[in-house]
Design a protein. Structure first.
Length: 332
């Protein structure tokens, strides 16, 4: 569970792990062992950390944000050309105020994207998400840029998760195979209007419900906040070229509650518009998510997690979508 951390989140240079990420004996390397120790401490104490040395160029991360700004600056009618609807598989543009968190309206707009799959792959559960992602034609080449970026984030997330598996005392590959051998992913491309008032809630307090999140936020505005055990909201000040990484609810379950997902929210008190691109690395869509045997053996004390937590990830995601967008047809 998150401690009463007071200030800057842990900063982890992941590069030694990435060099050895395909080596089953990577823990024999002292630099890798140090990274794993830092991951363990960050996941136990905070649930959030800055990720540097991740191999995705700062230029690409910046270009993703610049082109996202260009899209959100378009007239509303242009953005509506890729409007999110149930018929579009809940993929596409959503206007400001359409999203709700904890029953309260969020002041952001977004493009929502999901890993594409063939119709027959997930049966009735996946039917609600069928369809291609809706990418805008303006700015040009945005689709190509984002598809490259998503591939890189997918590879990075898999390798970070190998380090987290080692931190929990497993092999590097505990989460792969039937749990995340064919990982689902979600991308939320978010825009937060600038305001001149306090506590304008861009996104209400929540935990992420997948495995791992990579957040690429504007470098010159502080809006993301993480709650510590004392109940204080700690601002996450951007570090250029870094990702903010946090663990989600599915990882909490798989680790038998050893790592907890941490509450966070977004309040953009800046008068300037802010963008944030969130990549969410998930389990297999059809995975029955429950504590892995190796972690039940290592952490047997958490009976609550063992007895009460067993979910099919895809069903969990679909239920979240139906709740979030209950009024989509009437009000979009």
């Amino acid at each position: 569970m998150a401690t009463d951390f007071k200030s800057l989140l842990p900063v982890i240079d992941i590069s030694p792990l990435l060099v050895k990420c395909d080596d089953s004996h990577m823990m024999e390397d002292a630099a890798v062992a140090e990274v794993v120790e830092k991951l363990d401490r960050a996941c136990r104490d905070v649930g959030f950390f800055y990720l540097i040395g991740h191999g995705i160029s700062e230029g690409l991360m910046k270009k993703v944000k610049e082109m996202t700004h260009q899209f959100f600056e378009l007239p509303y009618e242009e953005k509506l050309k890729i409007k999110i609807t149930p018929a579009a598989g809940y993929r596409g543009y959503q206007r400001i105020g359409l999203n709700f968190t904890g029953g309260k309206q969020d002041m952001h707009e977004a493009i929502d994207c999901y890993k594409e799959f063939k119709r027959e792959k997930y049966g009735d559960t996946g039917k609600i998400l069928e369809g291609p992602n809706q990418w805008p034609e303006d700015p040009q080449e945005y689709k190509e840029l984002m598809e490259e970026y998503i591939k890189l984030c997918t590879d990075l997330s898999r390798n970070v998760l190998r380090g987290i598996s080692l931190a929990l005392g497993g092999s590097p590959y505990e989460f792969e195979g039937k749990m995340a051998g064919d990982p689902f992913w979600i991308v939320r491309i978010l825009g937060y209007p600038g305001v001149n008032q306090e506590n304008h809630i861009g996104c209400g307090a929540h935990t992420d419900y997948g495995l791992l999140s990579l957040i690429n936020q504007d470098d010159d505005k502080t809006a993301l906040q993480v709650r510590n055990l004392a109940g204080d909201w700690i601002p996450v000040i951007p570090i250029p070229g870094s990702f903010i990484c946090n663990i989600g609810d599915m990882l909490k379950i798989l680790s038998n509650g050893e790592y907890e997902s941490t509450l966070h929210r977004v309040i953009n008190n800046s008068p300037r518009y802010r963008v944030c691109v969130g990549f969410f690395y998930e389990t297999n869509f059809d995975a029955m998510v429950e504590p892995l045997d190796i972690f039940k053996e290592k952490y047997p004390g958490n009976k609550t997690c063992q007895e009460n937590k067993k979910v099919v990830y895809g069903e969990h995601l679909v239920n979240k979508l139906k709740t979030t967008f209950a009024n989509l047809v009437e009000h979009s």
